[in-house]
Design a protein around this ligand. Structure first.
Ligand SMILES: *Cc1c(COP(=O)(O)O)cnc(C)c1O
Length: 422
């Protein structure tokens, strides 16, 4: 099936007389005929449902849909994109380990990696995505367990060279994890370029309607944990789960099943069935929406480039953009997000934003409605000036998330706000 069809049909296949739409299973628990039956499910949780802290039929239908869109072996939803990033790392890193991340990633992920994981004894080594292979190789330590990057960096909009980083990670026998939030599997399928694990904030385009927060981890099933020899948590008995060896019991699905059986069991960051139902409605139209976001944003980006009130426009879909070559290689479209730098710095940027009438000033991106955000004062407020520069952020930068309104109305709104600047 092609993506448009998967968006509508994957994950839920009703049988004779069953509901057409995936039902909301609003039950935290599941009934069995005997204690022995329950014990058998505890021995192998892939055999049945136990408790909605880590598995629920409505959520699982959505997991299967996203998994099929990404082309993976299994997926697990989480209550937020942050939880997906956290669990994707914790699943293979523990106190005393390190990992490598590109510096051009979402601000919330920088906080998580640089500060909170550090408190847990896990060191994140940030590298510039434009550094040479030699410089990146030099950042690896014997305890380095993974490499992390973002397909289209929020908000710098650099396109990540997935194939190059996959090659580097694999040469060091560690997996590459990609945050594919802005691209979605409609615009980029990172597994096709060698990524091993994909995560998303489903709060963004996948939901699209700003009605529920969530995240997901998808496993390609391609990384060979046994051959690597660096991941005893996957290849040696798990004491917390009656000595199970994930790679022996679950083969290629070891990573994603460990994430559910161990981490989700212990942390319980699993979405409610109702949230998964809403996410599914967003996913049903994801393919058609992504196409229109990309068309609208390209038109808007070209308009903004022609304005003398604007210092620069970053949109990988523009031929003049430094990321255009990478965008052509990795993306089927550059999403609806544009970063622009208004002349006159921070004060003009906020004046411009406050003058918009159609576009909402809100802490969100990838919404169905056009919205704007000032990264330096909002999402990236906790970063130091140095981290702001490393993340590609400037005081005059506005992140514009182009929605699905008629593009002429979007441009008219931008034009009137720009005309308010001197
Ligand atoms: C928003 C976002 C996140 C965090 O997701 P939440 O659902 O807000 O927790 C992670 N990565 C990217 C690229 C994001 O845009």
């Amino acid at each position: 099936m092609k993506d448009e069809t998967k968006c509508l049909h994957s994950g839920y296949h009703p049988k004779n007389s069953e509901p057409r739409v995936v039902p909301i299973v609003q039950s935290t628990t599941f009934v069995y005929d005997s204690t022995e039956d329950v014990a058998a499910v505890f021995d192998d949780p892939t055999k049945g449902l136990i408790y909605s802290r880590f598995a629920n039929p409505t959520v699982m239908a959505v997991e299967d849909k996203i998994n099929e869109l990404e082309g993976g072996i299994g997926a697990m939803c989480t209550t937020s994109g942050q939880a997906a990033s956290l669990l994707s790392v914790l699943n293979i890193c523990q106190a005393g380990d390190s990992f490598i991340s590109t510096s051009k990633i979402y601000g919330g992920t920088i906080n998580l990696f640089a500060f909170t994981l550090k408190k847990l004894g896990i060191e994140c080594i940030f590298v510039n995505p434009e550094a040479s292979d030699e410089e990146i190789n030099a950042a690896f330590k014997p305890n380095t367990k993974l490499v992390f990057g973002e397909t289209i960096a929020n908000p710098a909009l650099d396109v990540f060279d997935i194939e190059r980083f996959a090659g580097i990670a694999h040469a060091h026998k560690v997996p590459l994890i990609i945050d594919n939030t802005f691209a979605t599997p409609i615009l980029c399928k990172p597994f096709e370029f060698g990524a091993d694990i994909v995560i998303h904030s489903t709060t963004k385009y996948m939901d699209g309607h700003a009605v529920q927060g969530g995240g997901v981890i998808v496993d390609s099933g391609k990384f060979d944990w046994e051959a690597s020899g660096k991941f005893p948590e996957l290849t040696e008995p798990d004491e917390s789960y009656h000595g199970i060896i994930y790679t022996k019991s679950y083969g290629k699905a070891a990573y994603i099943l460990k994430a559910r059986m161990q981490l989700m069991r212990d942390f319980g960051a699993y979405p409610a069935a109702n949230s998964a139902f809403l996410l599914n409605l967003g996913l049903e139209t994801l393919a058609v929406r992504m196409q229109r976001y990309c068309e609208n944003a390209l038109t808007v980006a070209k308009y903004l480039q022609s304005s003398d009130k604007i210092e620069s426009v970053s949109y990988p879909g523009l031929e003049s953009d430094p990321n255009h070559a990478l965008a052509k290689k990795y993306l089927k479209g550059s999403s609806g997000v544009i970063s622009l730098v208004i002349k006159g710095g921070r004060s003009n940027a906020t004046k411009f934003m406050d003058s918009l009438k159609l576009a909402s000033n809100e802490v969100h991106v990838a919404d169905i409605r056009t919205c704007v955000l000032h990264p330096a004062s909002e999402t990236h407020r906790q970063l130091t000036d140095e981290q702001l520069v490393a993340a590609g952020i400037n005081g005059g930068m506005v992140r514009l998330s182009v929605g699905l309104e008629n593009v002429e109305d979007i441009i008219a709104d931008l034009e009137s706000a720009l005309s308010a600047l001197d």
